[in-house]
Write a protein that binds this ligand. Structure first.
Ligand code: PLA
Length: 467
């Protein structure tokens, strides 16, 4: 915090002090010369914490920052949990906040295929020149193929505009900027609930959004009727944000039949599907099966937008690698869309980072490494399924109240949406040192078999003993 000493020859300015006041920053302190300032005794003075003091004869220490009007932001509801976890010194602590995969020993995991790809990159002596604005060509090619399938007509007909993005978040943000610029006033429909950052992304991009019903707390399942009714009621030309698989935070996905009906409504109502695919491979363990929702929409000839992330499925969290894909009805439209995505990216971050793009291009582009990745993916997804089962078993055997915990098994992906409310979630953290988001979501990717019983005790206590 910058502070300033105002000596007898200096007075503090009133808010009406003109910006031409001579100001000098000396040794970290801000000084303002009296002669150029209009000084009003009654006015609140921002440089003296509201205390107007007239011509001062004594040195007064005050805060003097140009950023006085910048309020403290609250911690991020998800990433802030990791910060709180780090500060806790209790040995029992457990971080089930952020969706980051851990080993059974609760250690971060770098995939073997990633290490192999990185070794290849070192051997080749790849340089660090700037990438083009749209990213690494080899990455853009394989990422679209991984999503749609290499033989998909949308790829063959060059109807996909793919631009490498700053992982899922940056790709969503780029798409939001495209919507803001070329679909002014168009609304994005998001599920209730959804990943918290979706709202931030559209707010900051100045894209209006509203929610469609998704989660039904009574059934701890999908409110399919409500979802369809809300999508139907959306203004024509709205975008409908859908989680491609492993819905975050609920872990509840539509069935294949329900996806067909969702596509029917979107098609009938002239809406634009916008997929967020952050967990391809993590729902079922299969990359192809987890892309089936997106492929179903593409097969209907619909135009659509798809954001991809390699944070979770390749464990490349900090490499910030992902992509935005816009499927248009013609190659010509796709080329124009791509040119505008580049135009939007250039002043935002100029061009994307190369390291993660090369890893993905090497892994997905090499049949041997690709197969190894699929095997590792199955291992990761399998470990999460095992802890899911063990957590359910522990809850069921320990809780004598007769409560049905089977929803834990029905949910898929990295998370379990426990149904714990804010106070109960806070009890999990304050009493049990289990760090989780306040919406009741726990990341099973951060849980070990060894910790399932402890977690079950914490959940049962919070559920039954806290309102
Ligand atoms: N979309 C969804 C649905 C997500 O859950 C996440 C990440 C992203 C996009 C973006 O991730 P990326 O930018 O790293 O590619 N959600 C995490 C992390 C795993 C986070 O909040 O940033 C989560 O814990 O919900």
């Amino acid at each position: 915090m910058a502070s300033s000493m105002l000596s007898s020859t200096w007075v503090s300015p009133s808010p009406s002090a003109s910006l031409s006041a001579e100001e000098s920053l000396k040794g970290g302190s801000l000084k303002l010369r009296t002669s150029t300032l209009s000084f009003t005794k009654e006015k609140i003075n921002p440089f003296t914490n509201g205390k107007s003091c007239g011509r001062v004869s004594m040195a007064v220490a005050v805060n003097a920052s140009r950023f006085e009007g910048v309020p403290m932001a609250p911690p991020d509801p998800i990433l802030g949990v990791s910060e709180a976890f780090k500060a806790d010194t209790n040995g029992l602590k457990l971080n089930l906040g952020v969706g980051a995969y851990r080993t059974e020993e609760l250690q971060p995991y770098v995939l073997d295929v990633v290490k192999k790809a990185e070794n290849l990159m070192l051997e080749r002596g790849n340089n660090k020149e700037y990438l083009p604005i749209e990213g690494l060509a080899a990455f853009n090619k394989v990422t679209a193929e991984l999503l749609f399938g290499a033989d998909n007509p949308v790829i063959k007909q060059q109807r996909v505009a793919t631009v490498q993005g700053l992982s899922g978040t940056g790709s969503l943000r780029l798409a939001a900027a495209l919507i803001e610029r070329y679909f002014p006033g168009a609304k994005v429909l998001i599920s209730s609930p959804t990943w918290g950052n979706h709202k931030n992304i559209f707010n900051d991009a100045r894209v209006p959004w509203s929610e469609y019903r998704y989660y039904d707390p009574k059934t701890v399942g999908l409110d399919f009727e409500g979802m369809i009714a809300d999508i139907k009621a959306a203004p024509e030309g709205s975008f409908v944000l859908l989680h491609g698989c492993a819905h975050n935070p609920t872990g509840i996905d539509p069935t294949p039949e329900q996806w067909e009906k969702i596509a029917d409504v979107i098609q009938q109502e002239n809406l634009i599907p916008f997929f967020d695919v952050a967990y391809q491979g993590f729902a079922s363990g299969s990359l192809d099966a987890d892309a089936s929702s997106v492929r179903l929409f593409a097969a209907r000839g619909l135009e659509l937008v798809v954001a991809q992330s390699y944070s979770k499925n390749l464990g490349l969290y900090a490499e910030r690698i992902g992509a935005i894909n816009v499927v248009s009805s013609s190659a010509d439209a796709a080329a124009r869309v791509k040119s505008q995505l580049k135009r939007l990216a250039r002043p935002m971050y100029s061009n994307p980072p190369i390291h993660g793009a090369r890893i993905v291009a090497n892994v997905v582009g090499d049949p041997a490494l690709f197969n190894e990745w699929k095997a590792e993916m199955e291992l990761m997804a399998g470990r999460i399924k095992n802890v899911r089962q063990k957590l359910y078993d522990s809850l069921s055997s320990k809780d004598k109240s007769g409560k049905d915990w089977s929803f834990v098994l029905k949910q898929i992906g990295m998370f379990s949406f426990t149904g714990l409310n804010k106070a109960q979630s806070e009890n999990m953290t304050n009493k049990w040192h289990v760090y989780m988001t306040k919406d009741g979501r726990i990341s099973l990717a951060g849980l070990s078999l060894a910790k399932c019983e402890y977690l079950a005790d914490a959940i049962i206590d919070s559920y039954h003993n806290v309102n």
